[in-house]
Design a protein around this ligand. Structure first.
Ligand code: ATP
Length: 458
């Protein structure tokens, strides 16, 4: 695993261990030795990732009248990938070592490590490196029962193309007109040459993509708008602003069709890396599909009496990379040397469990009362019940997985219907009435209000 940033408490190793130990993320097919670069989200991880996706959907789709959602199939007509350019261009340059059989991305040799130790970099094992070859990243499979005669189809390497090919369906059925957007969350697959760094680069992952269609000429303003809004989204869900930056691509880095591209980068323990790409894709995709399908995908503006092919601004984020970034950013340790606690300071609305209900003792009617409170709160938020071990240890277990609130049921509860409410971050406790709990918990774990600005300045 690459070097860690020296001055941070969090390391990739701590995150990987926590994820495994507490049921956030497991290696896929672990009992068979694991399938490299594929992961399963456990009980807590599946909640966390779902909350990340819901936060994106709420901000990007539900909170706005100018954006609608879509949920397309993973398998698409093979001509889609011909038209989009993925069949001919979705390649990474690959180099092999003839001795140790290592396989590397030619454009990332300085970050790659030789599998034959003690060599460090590719070629240091004295093996001969092959010339660079282009390797297509799409997974190919067959549709139909007989492999030989069946049509070759591909697992989609991005969700965006499903949006482009449905552009006219959405315009007609949802009566949308530019500027408007279509959002989608779903699985994508890339046969990466060098997957790694846990959830950061896998071969099966989820994307959260928005294609925002605008009139040509207004695209620069919308491009700047989406960059700002997407940065704000990460900030509003608690990412430390100094760990985020926007890196504008140099013109020689841009795809040939793109007018601009900026990556939102996060300061992972492995260094600054892309979290999300925001691109001005111009009218490239729609025009490619117009040409290949013969269908008219232009838009007629009946007020201005003009027809045009919209430009597209695309903020494209990874749900797994975002989940990893939220985990890394939230990880903290505090307290004296002999009584240290690990705590995930996740935004409460992202936390897998919102409130843990803990009876002080396992007797005297406390568990029964606690279960009643679990049922009451569970109708509104994700709850946990824990009666094992000392109350201090139970708080620690919840802190480590980011549970923002703890409710302790004690003997006083049976007398006056009050409980202790403990805050994960301050560790402060207050006495509150059970009747007020639902409102307090909902208010303290509510998501941030989406940014009010819905368009660039005129
Ligand atoms: P990279 O340069 O890291 O390979 P990319 O520029 O190819 O990424 P895009 O095609 O812009 O990535 O995809 C948009 C987003 O999808 C990325 O910012 C990332 O969050 C996510 N993503 C892309 N590839 C992977 C992967 N192999 N594993 C996990 N997430 C990914």
């Amino acid at each position: 695993m690459p070097e860690q940033t020296p001055d941070r408490i969090v390391t990739m190793e701590k995150i990987v261990n926590l994820c495994k130990r507490r049921g956030f993320v497991f290696q896929s097919s672990e009992i068979y030795g694991g399938l490299i670069s594929c992961y399963d989200y456990g009980p807590l991880g599946s909640e966390l990732k779902r909350n990340v996706k819901e936060a994106w959907w709420r901000d990007t789709v539900n909170s706005r009248a100018d954006i609608v959602g879509l949920d397309c199939s993973i398998l698409m007509h093979p001509k889609v990938w011909e038209a989009s350019g993925h069949l001919s261009n979705f390649n990474d340059p690959m180099i092999d070592c003839k001795l140790c059989k290592g396989r590397f991305r030619a454009d990332q040799l300085e970050h790659a490590s030789c599998p034959k130790k003690p060599s460090k970099r590719p070629g240091q094992c004295d093996g001969e490196l092959t010339d660079v070859r282009q390797f297509n990243l799409m997974f190919k499979t067959h549709m139909g029962p007989v492999e030989d005669s069946a049509a070759a189809v591909y697992l989609r390497p991005e969700t965006a193309q499903g949006i482009f090919v449905n552009f006219i369906n959405v315009v007609n059925s949802a009566r949308m007109k530019p500027p408007f957007g279509i959002g989608q969350i779903g699985k994508s697959f890339r046969n990466e040459i060098t997957p790694g760094n846990f959830l950061f680069r896998t071969r099966e992952f989820e994307q959260m993509e928005l294609e925002f269609f605008v009139k040509p000429g207004t695209d620069d303003a919308w491009y700047a708008y989406w960059q700002e809004r997407r940065l704000q989204w990460y900030h509003s869900y608690g990412i430390e602003p100094s760990n985020l930056r926007l890196r504008e691509h140099a013109s020689d880095e841009l795809a040939h069709y793109a007018k601009g591209c900026g990556d939102v980068e996060y300061n992972f323990p492995i260094g600054w890396q892309e979290l999300e790409g925001i691109a001005n894709r111009t009218d490239f995709d729609l025009k490619q599909h117009i040409e290949a399908s013969g269908k008219d995908l232009s838009f007629y503006d009946d007020q201005a009496k003009e027809r045009y092919v919209p430009y597209v601004i695309e903020p494209s984020a990874g749900a797994d990379r975002a989940t990893l970034a939220f985990l890394v950013d939230a990880y903290d340790e505090d307290g004296p040397e002999d009584d240290r606690r690990a705590v995930l300071r996740l935004h409460p609305s992202l936390a897998p469990i919102k409130v843990a209900v803990l009876p002080l003792m396992r007797k005297g009617g406390l568990p029964e009362r606690a279960h009643e409170i679990v049922a009451m709160l569970g109708a509104h938020v994700a709850v946990d019940y824990d009666q094992a071990g000392s109350i201090g240890r139970r708080y620690r277990r919840q802190d480590e997985v980011g549970t923002p609130l703890g409710v302790t049921v004690d003997y006083q509860t049976l007398e006056d219907d009050t409980v202790t409410l403990r805050d994960r971050d301050t560790m402060e406790q207050q006495r509150v009435a059970i009747g007020a709990l639902v409102d307090i918990v909902r208010e303290k774990t509510a998501p941030p209000v989406p940014a009010a600005k819905l368009a660039p300045d005129a």
